[in-house]
Design a protein around this ligand. Structure first.
Ligand code: ATP
Length: 366
């Protein structure tokens, strides 16, 4: 279950609200980040991720609530008085300085001597795999190279907290994966707390200790990647993760954790561990992940759902088959190519799908 960070939280947001005029961009957000933790913030465009990060950086002040950094309430405290550098999508590098000078800059501001400055800057440029561009001007770099200069510039002072807003968005897929590995190991080795905003689920889930999922200025769920993936709290999170098939119905029978739910497709057994208490007749929403959906063999009389194939997408060693039920619900099945060889996947063909009752997860927040 959710880790408790109260003992050694380095970041704490307490009832934080941010309004721009009458528009509420962040609505009563509470969370803590442990020292040395890697926290990713995800959510659809405009949900308040960047605004949350800007409040941590001191670029925006909360309208209500408190922000604590390393035991100190920092509301109203200027950016330059906080040890929270930020790496941006739009980078704010100095265009008239060389790559090396950009990275040295923050050390210079801290009065670090020239020899040490050069050595430290070169070390970070090397770690970010851009040492060969040390003497170039920023204008002579690609977007991805600039992003790595920005990372080197932020990391060279080895801050306690680093705020990152889509720091790898300009890199190609191959370099992105390499830089993810570099960032993850640096973060753990140096013990820096990372607050990392991203649109990429694979980035967030492969790097972060915990993930925050936001929508419309509110937190929908906080938890480890495993917790969120296997136990999404509500429909928003399940849909956001995109891997789940979602069904709704009414509770018609119940014996402990074994529930029977009546849906438009028939009655399904659901294992309701960790689900909130419900009475007969109550609405129940449950999900079955795409990997846990099975395609019944032709002619088998397994109870399940009939759905029409709409399309197919290759995802490495597996394929995702997209289907639609008679009542218009979209379903997904993810299987290895081998498992799909004997299945008719032509658009319009009908398949029978089934799953085991223990693969159902009741959404507790619905
Ligand atoms: P994206 O993923 O698209 O970058 P986000 O989750 O980072 O989005 P924010 O930049 O935090 O979103 O913005 C949240 C909301 O607040 C948006 O609807 C945005 O239009 C609004 N907003 C942000 N800054 C301001 C501002 N200075 N004045 C008015 N509205 C703003």
């Amino acid at each position: 279950m959710t880790m408790h960070m109260n003992t050694d939280a380095i970041v704490k947001l307490d009832g934080v609200v941010k309004q721009f005029g009458t528009f509420t961009a962040v609505e009563r957000v509470d969370f803590e980040i442990g020292r040395g933790e890697f926290l990713a913030i995800m959510g659809s465009s405009g949900c308040g991720k960047t605004t949350t990060l800007r409040m941590l950086a001191g670029l925006d002040d909360p309208t209500e609530g408190d922000i604590w950094l390393d035991g100190e309430r920092v509301n109203g405290k200027a950016t330059w008085d906080r040890d929270t550098p930020m790496v941006w999508q739009s980078l704010a590098l100095f265009p008239f300085l060389t790559v090396q000078e950009n990275v040295e800059f923050s050390l210079k501001m801290r009065g670090v001597g020239k020899t040490e400055r050069i050595a430290r800057a070169r070390n970070w440029l090397d770690k970010m795999q851009i040492l060969e561009f040390a003497d170039r001007n920023i204008s002579q770099l690609s977007g991805g190279q600039r992003q790595r200069v920005a990372l080197a510039r932020a990391l060279v002072t080895e801050p306690k907290i680093l705020l990152l807003d889509e720091p790898l968005s300009a890199l190609d897929a191959h370099l992105k994966v390499r830089m993810q590995a570099v960032l993850s190991s640096l973060q753990k080795d140096l013990g820096i707390t990372f607050v990392y905003v991203t649109h990429s689920m694979s980035e967030a889930f492969s790097m972060a200790d915990r993930v925050v999922i936001m929508s419309r200025g509110k937190i929908e769920q906080i938890g480890s990647p495993q917790e969120i993936y296997h136990a999404p709290r509500n429909r928003f999170v399940a849909e956001f993760l995109g891997s789940s098939n979602i069904f709704t119905g009414r509770l018609v029978e119940k014996s402990g954790d074994d529930w029977l739910v009546e849906t438009v497709h028939g009655r399904f057994a659901v294992t309701a561990s960790n689900a909130p208490a419900k009475s007969l007749g109550d609405a129940v929403t449950f999900t079955v992940s795409a990997e846990n959906m099975h395609i019944s063999p032709e002619g088998a009389h397994t109870p399940g759902i009939r759905a029409k194939v709409v399309g197919e997408e290759f995802v490495g060693a597996t394929a995702i088959v997209f289907l639609e039920t008679e009542t218009g619900e979209e379903l997904k099945v993810q299987k290895s190519h081998v498992e799909l060889t004997s299945v008719n996947l032509h658009p319009g063909s009908t398949l029978n799908l089934h799953w085991e009752s223990h693969s159902c997860h009741v959404l507790p927040g619905e």
